[in-house]
Design a binder for this molecule. Structure first.
Ligand code: NCD
Length: 321
């Protein structure tokens, strides 16, 4: 089975075989990115527009690089400075952009569901680069690729996702993806940072790191999303670090070869010990960033194929009409 989606709005609608197809292609791009010949022309003639309504460092940079390596014309809108500030609605912005005939639109937005809404209003492929607390599909895919390369498989692993689950789109997309691929997912964090209805996810929930980390293969740490909190979620950062911050001692409960992940940006000394984050024997944080470019190349390549096929079919239909 091939990748059939028209947009990449979330992990939820994806079939496990589509996830595998995307990761397989991303693996080839990872090799290409390490070689001297980083460029191809699979997106030549296509226009990619990045719209980030929320701050981003690695996600925006890697989408730009991914598009350039595939030969697209890439433009990033400075949304902070755009007419959004002047009160233009999301839909007006979308229609304006649509008039520029983009082929790939990469969108990050603070509201859950905003990217889906936009996808209904434009006629190009849309990639969700994070919408509110909802989804961040390319992050989950790059995490999955990193795990698969490190562990040699992406099924029957025990994976702990730790910290601020409630505010995290990264956690949500990862729970969905890892569940679809038949892994055992554990969530660890204070009850105040667990989302309502967490039981429906088919995960195990812990509020103690040592218990939750016991014998896991993968430890995925999350940033405390302070910008999404209105106070009262944690007693203090010091107390939080003491109970939930990952350090070598707490990691001792996991399997001896367990890997440590973090999507970035990190709060060193709040959710993770800085020395552990830099320990190349345990931490795969830099590999996650590297796989981010490869996964985004694969996602845009696959969506562009579907877009070309769809437009081709429309032209045939128009000619016949
Ligand atoms: C994440 C995000 O923006 O959702 N960062 C990222 O994309 N690498 C996680 C975060 O902000 O904590």
């Amino acid at each position: 089975m091939t990748f059939r989606a028209e947009h990449l709005l979330g992990i939820e609608p994806l079939h496990p075989a589509e996830i595998t197809a995307l990761l397989d292609l991303a693996d080839t791009y990872a090799e290409q990115n390490r070689s001297g010949r980083k460029h191809t022309d699979v997106l030549a003639g296509l226009t990619q527009i990045n719209m980030f309504f929320e701050a981003s460092t690695r996600t925006q940079a890697s989408f730009e690089l991914a598009g350039q390596r595939l030969g697209a014309d890439v433009m990033s809108m400075a949304m902070q400075a755009s007419s959004i500030r002047k009160g233009e609605t999301l839909i007006d912005t979308a229609l304006t952009l649509n008039a520029m005939h983009p082929d790939l639109l990469v969108v990050r937005h603070p509201s859950s569901g905003a990217v889906d809404l936009l996808a209904q209003k434009v006629n190009c492929a849309v990639l969700n680069a994070g919408d509110g607390r909802h989804e961040h599909p390319t992050q989950a895919l790059l995490d999955a690729l990193t795990i698969r390369r490190e562990k040699g498989r992406l099924h029957r692993l025990s994976i702990a996702i730790c910290g601020d689950i409630a505010h995290s789109r990264v956690a949500r997309s990862n729970i969905l993806l890892l569940g679809k691929m038949e892994n055992r997912v554990r969530l660890i964090g204070p009850p105040t940072l667990m989302p309502a209805g967490v039981a429906e996810f088919g995960v195990e929930v812990f509020d103690d790191m040592e218990e939750g980390l016991k014998d896991v293969d993968v430890v995925m740490m999350l940033r405390l999303q302070k910008e999404r909190m209105d106070g009262g979620f944690i007693p203090s950062e010091r107390e939080y670090y003491h109970r939930f911050g990952l350090d070598a001692e707490k990691l001792g409960a996991a399997k001896p070869d367990a890997i440590v992940m973090h999507p970035g940006p990190m709060n060193r000394g709040v959710e993770i010990d800085g020395t552990l984050a830099d320990d190349i024997n345990r931490s795969v944080i830099q590999e996650q960033v590297e796989m981010g470019v490869a996964v985004r190349m694969a996602a845009m390549d696959l969506l562009a194929r579907n877009l070309r096929a769809k437009r081709g079919a429309e032209m045939v239909a128009d000619a016949g009409a």
